[in-house]
Design a protein around this ligand. Structure first.
Ligand SMILES: [Zn+2]
Length: 280
């Protein structure tokens, strides 16, 4: 599979890059829990292509239509607060790369993410996807049942580690809800709690302003966007589009990267999403 992905990624990258590069002056890329070498390979590619590594506010301001001093810029964000993210610190220091880590509160407190309980129980990614369609009540009762049954080793950073990381000048911690639910499945009251309480909690824990949000699973509609706009100055999605000036600051796109170099380059040039439509 890795070889197929690499081959397809390589071919599509070289096919797409010449046509797409004029739209690629601003890149908004994100990972979950990459291997340090996967992250470093993309950084090296960005350096070769003369991208400046910028903080997330520069991306937000660009989308707002504000002028930027950077001809080409890239920002990396990370969702969920995986413990493995700590191993990336020497790399961000080596290349001077500012990053944003979007964290939910409860998984950091308990140590694990709900989807890994579901996966540990059913050994099926399809089952994880199925859980994402459950209404709030069913979702909570089934996840809680599995949590009582299965114990997992800690996967998330601890609050103490998060506090340490937050002091790093290159690391910006921001909000990714309280419980990491699929926001489109929760009621209005819970939606407001997820947004306001995560902001309050993280802000008090880290003694800093929390004003930037990323939608868990990239799931949102107009209701979620409106709710985010009440509590945050901008919202980052998982829509794999190029970043454009004058866009909606509550729908700033991000392209998901993984542990495969050529697949990542194919994703950056926008080819992978085309490929996914052709090859399911
Ligand atoms: Zn997430």
């Amino acid at each position: 599979m890795k070889l197929i992905n690499s081959t397809l990624g390589c071919i599509t990258y070289y096919l797409f890059y010449p046509f797409q590069k004029s739209k690629m002056n601003v890149l908004s890329l994100y990972f979950h829990d990459p291997l340090p070498e996967s992250f470093e390979q993309v950084i090296i590619w960005c350096k070769k292509k003369e991208y400046d590594f910028v903080n997330i506010d520069e991306i937000t301001n660009y989308v707002k239509g504000e002028p930027s001093k950077h001809k080409k810029m890239v920002h990396f964000s990370f969702d969920d607060g995986w413990a493995t993210n700590k191993a990336l610190i020497p790399i961000i220091e080596k290349y001077n790369v500012p990053i944003t880590i979007f964290v939910p509160v409860e998984p950091l407190e308990s140590g694990n993410f709900w989807w890994n309980y579901v996966y540990a129980k059913h050994r099926s990614l399809a089952k994880v996807e199925e859980f994402k369609t459950y209404n709030e009540e069913r979702f909570n009762s089934e996840v809680n049942r599995i949590k009582e049954e299965i114990k997992l080793d800690r996967e998330a950073v601890t609050f103490d580690e998060l506090k340490e990381m937050s002091k790093h000048p290159l690391i910006n911690i921001q909000s990714h809800t309280y419980n990491h639910p699929i926001l489109t499945n929760v009621n209005d009251k819970q939606l407001d709690f997820e947004l306001s309480e995560s902001k309050r909690f993280i802000s008090e824990l880290l003694e800093k302003e929390i004003d930037t949000f990323s939608y868990p699973n990239g799931s949102f509609g107009q209701r979620e966007e409106d709710a985010v706009s009440k509590h945050y100055k901008c919202g980052y999605t998982t829509e794999e589009k190029f970043v454009q000036p004058g866009g909606n600051i509550y729908r700033i796109p991000r392209t998901c990267l993984v542990d495969n170099y050529w697949s990542n380059l194919s994703r950056i040039v926008g080819a992978w999403k085309v490929l996914k439509k052709i090859i399911p």
